[in-house]
Design a protein around this ligand. Sequence first.
Ligand code: PGA
Length: 251
Amino acid sequence: MPRQSLVAANWKMNGDLAGIRELVGEISTGVEPDASTEVLICAPYVYLPEMQRLLVDTPIKWGAQNVSEFEKGAYTGEISVSMLKDFGCEFVIVGHSERRHVFGESDQQVAAKFNVVNKAGLTPILCLGELLEERQGGTTEEVISRQLNEALNCAGIESFENAVIAYEPVWAIGTGHTATPEQAEEVHAFIRLQLARHSDEIADRIKILYGGSVKADNAAELFSRADIDGGLIGGASLVASDFLTICQSTR
Ligand code: PGA
């Protein structure tokens, strides 16, 4: 059975209340309900109640960009997975490269977040990706395996039954230097192979998104590759017409 595609917007720390209302209005009017592609918006925490209000009767899902690895307690400024559930989130991005490299999240911390989201019955979008110097040094596969194995060891292969992976080469994020479809496909196939060592069925079923300078004019070619099941879209998700074009590029 062909895998359903997923196109996920990652708004990062952008927008304001008036702006997101307008953007959501444009996106939800333009999205054509289509069983072959799921559309998701990962908004800043404080706008999640508004996302729920705006999107509840649409085919578009909403989710968060991060979560605490702890369930509750004395963790000032953190947001728990149960809080996200209260506002209807179904997805949570974990281990985005900005979390790893700007905020110093370790592989272990990312794996703990992956586990917490999974246990709560939400879908984690686990981001994996190498730095430019790692690619140039020929260690891309090593880095990806290390990041993936940490989540596998912490949460087990079964937890990937309801998970999404996003391959996001750090050198491609927000830089305009998109990975070529060949470069992306090579790593996607490698990730699927790593999972197949534990379960062929899960490896075959899991969605692996590509992220990193996906634009309206390069999405279709990326999404046409066998192991690329959609995208995690940053900059281009802030422009409704671009995001809608990307959503339609999965076909
Ligand atoms: P970008 O960001 O599309 O702006 O490169 C992607 C991401 O960080 O998820």
